[in-house]
Design a protein around this ligand. Structure first.
Ligand SMILES: Nc1ncnc2c1ncn2[C@@H]1O[C@H](COP(=O)(O)OP(=O)(O)OP(=O)(O)O)[C@@H](O)[C@H]1O
Length: 780
């Protein structure tokens, strides 16, 4: 039975025998237990709803639940941002169910980023309402890609509460909104669950889908309230406001109980006998250390969930843990399970039960188990590799100790600058996070396409142009003839089918089909923009846990042919890049430094790929001959004068290596201030750029028109660069490694790289930005 110190004891036992100077533990802290704070049910909640919850064992709501529910009931848009298992569902269900009691015609829309989560929420609502005749008119129903045509028709006619995702909302509901008149006319609430998932291009599209929903409802006389739910978020009200373009109130004080939680930050050590690219030292992989921890925890009898970033990683982690157990505790080998996306709901339930009744003691999983599981009483969670956002980390960590018992959470760092930084700077994870959920609904590539959809749904009025913040876009589309101005507003040109052309998840160009040539089975698709770096000949591709190797990528036919193979290596594509500045959006001039947000044309080409053993050891670099790709996007750019660089001891000959290393590290660290990872962005550094005539570094968004990441880098430059410097300086390697300045996608083979020079450059940037601008400019 776990005690208050259980998490710490578990960790101590696992580390027993490790000499202090070899301990991978960088930090550990006990987050104290929290006692529940309750509130009475408010008078406005009908007795039938109170009774329904009581039947589920919930007789006393928590304070934050009532605060959020009451704000929504009073007509405010609400962003509830409290921990995992803090009962956010009740907070949105209560005002909606109350409205259903008051008005039997009322309707609600629930949006989740994944179908599985929507299905889980629908199931728990169905359990709550089972056998309650007063809610029989509700008929809550899923409406997603898996819904059969006859059910869809039934749902449109009878359901008052639709559970869907932004993709289906766009293509299956908004495009045929004429058939949904009743629903939109009576739409009272829109729920945006796990709202931190709406980031980058997907978030920008979702913001505009939401505004289209609100606009159609308002045109029919409704005025829905939006309720967003998410675990930790740096600015929940601001994020929701950016999504819907309207004010919102945040509820962040969590009053649900939880047990003490020991959070440990773990950094795998270097492996002396292995070297990586250019002789760099190699750390033990996060997966290897996580597997060891998983086996150790299972031996201790701790029910443990181990989150691993890739499906292949899940299989390897479970296999490694089992083989460790085979030596030390053979009877526990079968108590380790795996879980990843693609399992059916029944499999999930079976797994939840197997964990709940102790049949399984340890489960390695992808983030598929992050959302929508109700696994209680776990003793430990291992997070192998920072999952990309603080919200995701807490979502995963929150699976431990759900029922108020003490537990342990271990973050195992990957060989990556951001992970390195976090294990050395726990405050960035454990205190108030600074990462912002970034979206850019004004991106012309997103906005223009969405605006055409909106115009095809209902002609755009001046008030709509304001809602979509789209004056320039309307002008652009009118001048190209795609929008037609008439007295009643702007119409989409005849013959357009704009809905089909929008890829909400941010695809670029046409689609490439990924096909297993041995069975002719279609495994999936990838957009042409990403095909060259993800399914080039020789690439290792994982599908549903099965490993394939690509034989051929035919870009003309839009086809990648693969065969099943389990190689011992992974591949990562290498790209070379050229950048030219087309417009300066905003700039700040410091003494010796110019910082700017710019529009750029990026030309990039995949030139080869690196093969690495699973230990991190480099096998070789294989050249590829791929066509050039062009991208118009946004970048944060800085130029530094040679004098300034020399003043910090960086001589001319060191400029290329120092800037290159500073650029790589900064790319790896942008995720600290913006919700992105290094695959969302790219960069270029040079000791003399034709457009500036100076040593210059660019970090650009890897999506046409930008996704907001570069904007955030510009806005939070000082914090971003200061953290980057600390990450590089705190890495214990001598000349640079993947934990600091090496990049897995560098087209120049990570050469030249000057780690010490990068520290000098980053220190200089920090000092100059702190000294204040000499003449701020803005030339839109
Ligand atoms: N006031 C309450 N008292 C006791 N139990 C509650 C209360 N409110 C909710 N619960 C229970 O807590 C569990 C978690 O609730 P819920 O799934 O709504 O949390 P959540 O915050 O949405 O979690 P997640 O972050 O996993 O989405 C459920 O089993 C629910 O029945």
């Amino acid at each position: 039975m776990p005690t208050d110190d259980y998490g710490t004891e578990l960790l101590t036992r696992t580390l027993a025998g490790t000499p202090a100077d070899a301990s991978p533990l960088r930090h550990s802290v006990v987050l104290p237990a929290r006692v529940a704070r309750h509130r009475d049910w408010p008078e406005w909640v009908p007795a039938s709803i109170v009774k329904a919850y009581a039947a589920q064992g919930i007789s006393e709501p928590w304070e934050h639940q009532i605060r959020a529910a009451s704000l929504a009931h009073d007509g405010h848009n609400v962003a509830i941002s409290t921990g995992t298992a803090s009962g956010k569902s009740l907070a949105y269900q209560v005002p909606i169910l109350t409205e259903f009691v008051r008005d039997p015609l009322a309707c609600a829309l629930y949006l989740s980023p994944t179908k599985a989560l929507g299905a889980d929420q629908l199931r728990s609502l169905a359990t709550l309402l089972a056998g309650r005749d007063e809610f029989s008119h509700l008929q809550p129903c899923a409406y997603d890609g898996d819904t059969e045509p006859d059910i869809r028709q039934w749902a449109r006619a009878h359901s008052r509460w639709i559970f869907t995702n932004p993709d289906m909302c766009h293509i299956g509901i908004l495009s045929t909104h004429g058939k949904w008149q009743h629903f939109f006319r009576h739409l009272r609430f829109v729920v945006v669950d796990e709202s931190h998932h709406y980031r980058g291009v997907f978030g920008s599209h979702t913001a505009l889908v939401l505004r289209r929903v609100l606009r159609i409802a308002r045109a029919l006389g409704a005025d829905p309230v939006v309720i967003a739910a998410s675990a930790t978020n740096a600015d929940p009200a601001g994020s929701l406001t950016r999504l819907i373009g309207a004010p919102a109130v945040a509820v962040t004080e969590d009053s649900s109980p939880h047990g003490a939680r020991t959070v440990a930050l773990w950094e795998p050590d270097f492996v002396p006998e292995i070297t990586g690219e250019n002789g760099a030292p190699v750390r033990r992989s996060a997966g290897a250390d996580a597997a060891r921890l998983l086996a150790d925890f299972v031996v201790e009898g701790a029910r443990t969930l181990c989150f691993v970033r890739s499906r292949r990683g899940v299989e390897i982690t479970a296999r490694t843990a089992r083989s460790l157990l085979a030596e030390s505790a053979p009877d526990l080998v079968d108590r380790i399970g795996t879980y990843r996306a693609g399992y059916l709901a029944d499999d999930r339930r079976r797994l939840e039960r197997a964990i709940a009744d102790g049949e399984l003691l340890g489960v390695a999983t992808t983030n598929a188990l992050e959302l929508g599981v109700d696994i209680s009483g776990l003793d430990a969670v291992i997070v192998a590799g920072y999952p990309g956002t603080v919200a995701s980390f807490w979502q995963q960590a929150g699976r431990a100790g759900r029922r108020g018992e003490s537990s342990a959470v271990v973050l195992v760092a990957r060989d990556d600058p951001l992970d390195t930084y976090l294990v050395h700077h726990p405050e960035a994870l454990l205190d108030k996070p600074i990462e912002a959920i970034v979206i850019d609904p004004s991106n012309p590539y997103v906005l223009d396409a969405q605006l055409l959809c909106a115009a095809a749904e209902l002609p755009l009025k001046p008030s709509d142009v304001e809602l979509f913040d789209a004056e320039a876009a309307v002008e652009r589309l009118t001048s190209t003839g795609l929008l037609k101005k008439r007295p009643a507003g702007w119409y989409a040109a005849a013959g357009l089918d704009p809905h089909a052309d929008v890829d909400i998840r941010g695809g670029v160009g046409g689609q490439v089909l990924i096909v297993d040539a041995t069975s002719s089975q279609l495994l999936g698709t990838v957009d042409a923009g990403r095909a060259m770096s993800s399914v080039h000949a020789g690439a290792v591709h994982i599908h549903q846990g099965v490993s394939y190797v690509v034989d051929e990528l035919d870009l003309e036919e839009g086809l990648a042919l693969l065969h099943p193979q389990e190689p011992d290596w992974t591949t990562s594509a290498r790209e070379i890049t050229d950048v030219s500045v087309t417009k300066t959006i905003e700039s700040q001039i410091f003494s010796g430094l110019t910082l700017a947000l710019v529009e750029v044309d990026v030309t990039h080409r995949v030139v080869g790929y690196l093969r690495k053993l699973l230990t991190g050891e480099v096998i070789d670099s294989v050249p590829l001959d791929m066509p050039e790709q062009r991208l118009h996007t946004r970048a944060v750019m800085y130029t530094v004068t040679p004098d300034a660089l020399e003043s910090v001891g960086c001589s001319v000959g060191r400029f290329p290596g120092a800037l290159h290393a500073a650029e790589h590290a900064a790319i790896g660290m942008l995720g600290l201030v913006a919700t992105c990872d290094r695959w969302d962005i790219g960069g270029l550094s040079t000791d003399g750029h034709p457009d500036t005539g100076l040593p210059t570094v660019f970090v650009y968004d890897g999506y046409p028109g930008g996704a907001g990441f570069a904007d955030r880098g510009y806005e939070a430059f000082a914090q971003w660069i200061s953290a980057t410097k600390q990450a590089v300086a705190s890495c214990r390697c001598e000349l640079g490694c993947p934990s600091c300045v090496q990049s897995p996608k560098c087209g120049n083979g990570n050469e030249p790289l000057d780690k010490d020079g990068a520290i000098k450059v980053l220190t200089l940037l920090g000092r100059l930005t702190a000294s204040g601008t000499t003449s701020p400019t803005s030339d839109d």
